[in-house]
Write a protein that binds this ligand. Structure first.
Ligand SMILES: *[C@@H]1O[C@H](CO)[C@@H](O)[C@H](O)[C@H]1NC(C)=O
Ligand SMILES: *[C@@H]1O[C@H](CO)[C@@H](O)[C@H](O)[C@H]1NC(C)=O
Ligand SMILES: *[C@@H]1O[C@H](CO)[C@@H](O)[C@H](O)[C@H]1NC(C)=O
Ligand SMILES: *[C@@H]1O[C@H](CO)[C@@H](O)[C@H](O)[C@H]1NC(C)=O
Ligand SMILES: *[C@@H]1O[C@H](CO)[C@@H](O)[C@H](O)[C@H]1NC(C)=O
Length: 577
């Protein structure tokens, strides 16, 4: 499997070097620009373009940002919330890294995006301008630090620059994700990205990768010394695992992946200032956490207060899998359930968030010293189940996987405002372009969030969508496959009710007890209305009693992609009669 994987990676790398699509030109019409600029002046009396800082955490779920649970300590995030607007109903276009990040880069809805899963990447196929290339053309220095997951990662070779030109990024320090920065060939780890280059220069690559675990050929297991009670590698088991990394990592005290991302971001800001003084910049800072493995510094204490318990865990006794022929469904014992302590994993996740919050605080100190006004946006690329519905990881249509934090802060905006209109993370780059007074490329979708930031006008997004298309590999060692993960969902407000339609053409996986397990097409209408006190549950309210929710579901179905509509519309129409 790993031989095949490496071959695949190399092939993708070669392909990405062969293909080079022309960037479409952004033909801005001056009268529209004037209009935008006038709108902008309402918010920003400074006619210069603001600097733009975009902070992305990997696998950060909406209700673990310190809003609902004060015991999740993210004081820096809370400070940003006090200085700006928190979007309480922000959704990822897709609960997996590459499609979520590609959709943001291209500013396109998942259904209209060519990257459908982690097998594909932004620069592996047809390309449209990214919001970064549009900012670049308008005179911004564009910079990126950390994990981008927009190009493939060759085992060796020029990963550092692969695809960056196509993405429109001027300066960068790039890292692969937490599974991939440790890649071994015949038992020795080799540098494959900016972070492992750094570890190599410090002489600690082998030691760090032994702590984290890695991947390699021949495959010798992926367990890291810090997490050796549980696998740290999600492909080796039929679902993503909880990660019980009981040993803190002393190396991380100074050299953690997220500290490296923060320092890289600071270096980029320094170099920009040296070369270009006070001219405007865009910087995307993609932390590698709180994605598992949940490895902590020795100095980070687990929270002593209790955290919210996982909900709907009864579904974790057994899990649905598809058999080898991918025809039928079986229920098998849930492998992770026996040896992952959900309570501990939650504490480790919370502690990791606290560590990242400290890195963010350091970063903001540097940003505050830069000349000019800076607008800061912070999001999660997608969420993490943390044991809810008997699951870890993401790739589900449920709230822990698709609902993420989103905060935008900056001096000219309203302060300490909570916005409940549903929005997408692809709306962030749309907002950046408006802030910069630049027209988006005609290929771009998404809705600017300026009305929420300024209090002038109202948000107009009619629905928010998330999707997933991903045929997981058969795992020969374990004898069953993950099966097909395929769903499309759309959510909107109906008065004060916030409802989410889920359409699964081959049945919804990761159901817990939320949905009956089946291999047939399935629709569900989830009530995800939150009150003042957080309401973490979602349940199917479609057609209970007869006819209930059908009109709302039909309205939402119009936002699904066409092939999903074909399967799910008839199911809804049958309920309507
Ligand atoms: C999980 O670990 C905690 C200690 O951190 C312990 O109190 C609890 O009993 C464990 N839960 C299970 C189900 O083993
Ligand atoms: C306007 O921009 C200048 C230079 O970039 C900066 O020094 C100043 O603080 C800004 N003023 C406002 C009101 O944002
Ligand atoms: C990922 O998506 C592509 C379409 O973009 C599809 O061809 C491919 O089969 C998918 N991979 C998996 C593993 O599902
Ligand atoms: C997989 O199937 C083979 C043959 O059917 C069997 O010998 C083996 O024990 C199975 N492995 C696991 C992990 O169940
Ligand atoms: C959705 O849930 C909210 C809060 O529990 C409730 O007030 C509302 O009536 C529910 N709506 C529907 C359509 O079931």
């Amino acid at each position: 499997m790993f031989g095949a994987m490496l071959l695949h990676i190399l092939l993708l790398w070669v392909l990405s070097h062969l293909s080079r699509a022309d960037c479409e030109r952004n033909d801005a019409r001056p009268e529209n620009l004037d209009l935008l600029q006038r709108k902008l002046n309402v918010a920003n009396t400074n006619s210069s373009k603001p600097n733009l800082l975009f902070v992305v955490l990997d696998q950060w779920r909406w209700d673990w940002a310190g809003f609902h649970d004060a015991h999740v300590a993210m004081p820096t995030v809370q400070t940003l919330a006090a200085r700006g607007v928190s979007f309480m109903r922000a959704y990822t276009p897709s609960p997996q890294c590459a499609p979520a990040r590609s959709a943001i880069a291209a500013v396109r809805e998942y259904k209209d995006m060519w990257v459908k899963n982690n097998t594909y990447h932004y620069v592996s196929e047809k390309m449209t301008p990214t919001f970064m290339s549009v900012l670049q053309q308008a005179g911004y220095t564009t910079m990126l630090a950390g994990k981008d997951h927009l190009t493939i990662a060759p085992i060796s070779g020029p990963f550092q620059s692969t695809g960056m030109e196509a993405l429109g990024v001027d300066r960068f320090h790039r890292a692969l994700d937490k599974y991939s920065f440790c890649q071994g060939i015949f038992g020795r780890y080799v540098p494959v990205d900016g972070y492992s280059d750094y570890l190599t220069a410090k002489g600690i690559l082998q030691a760090q990768c032994k702590a984290y675990g890695g991947i390699g050929y021949p495959f010798t297991g992926a367990e890291g010394a810090c997490c050796n009670e549980t696998p740290v590698f999600d492909w080796a088991f039929p679902q993503e695992n909880g990660f019980r990394c009981m040993m803190p990592n002393q190396l991380d005290e100074e050299h953690s992946p997220d500290a490296w991302v923060r320092r890289s971001a600071q270096e980029l800001l320094d170099s920009h200032q040296k070369d270009h003084g006070a001219s405007p910049w865009f910087l995307q800072v993609n932390f590698l956490g709180p994605h598992p493995p949940f490895i902590l510094k020795s100095s980070t204490a687990l929270p002593s207060t209790s955290l919210p318990e996982a909900i709907d865990v009864s579904g974790s006794e057994q899990q649905p899998v598809f058999d080898l022929d991918l025809h039928g469904l079986q229920m098998v014992p849930n492998i992770f359930h026996g040896y992952v302590n959900i309570t501990d994993s939650r504490k480790q996740y919370a502690a990791l968030l606290q560590q990242i919050d400290e890195e963010l605080e350091e970063l903001l100190k540097t940003v505050d010293q830069m000349p000019g006004e800076t607008v800061v946006a912070v999001i999660g690329d997608h969420g993490e189940h943390l044991g809810d519905h008997g699951q870890f990881g993401k790739t589900s249509p449920f709230e822990p996987a698709v609902h993420v934090p989103l905060i935008i802060a900056g001096a000219p905006f309203r302060h300490n405002v909570k916005e409940y209109h549903p929005v997408s993370t692809i709306d962030v780059p749309m907002t950046f372009l408006e802030l910069a007074g630049i027209l988006p490329s005609p290929t771009m979708q998404g809705y600017s969030l300026m009305p929420a930031l300024t209090g002038v006008g109202t948000l107009t997004r009619p629905a928010v969508m998330s999707g997933m298309n991903y045929w997981q590999d058969v795992i020969p060692d374990v004898n069953y496959s993950h099966g097909r993960v395929q769903f499309d969902s759309a959510a909107a407000l109906f008065g004060t009710d916030f409802l989410k339609l889920i359409c699964c053409p081959v049945g919804c996986r990761k159901g817990g007890s939320l949905l009956p397990t089946m291999v047939a097409p399935q629709v569900a209408l989830m009530n995800v209305t939150q009150g003042e006190d957080v309401h973490r549950f979602e349940k199917d309210i479609l057609n209970q009693p007869a006819g209930h929710g059908v009109q709302e579901a039909l309205y939402l179905a119009a936002f699904l992609s066409k092939d999903f509509q074909e399967v799910c519309m008839p199911l809804l129409e049958a309920l309507a009669v």
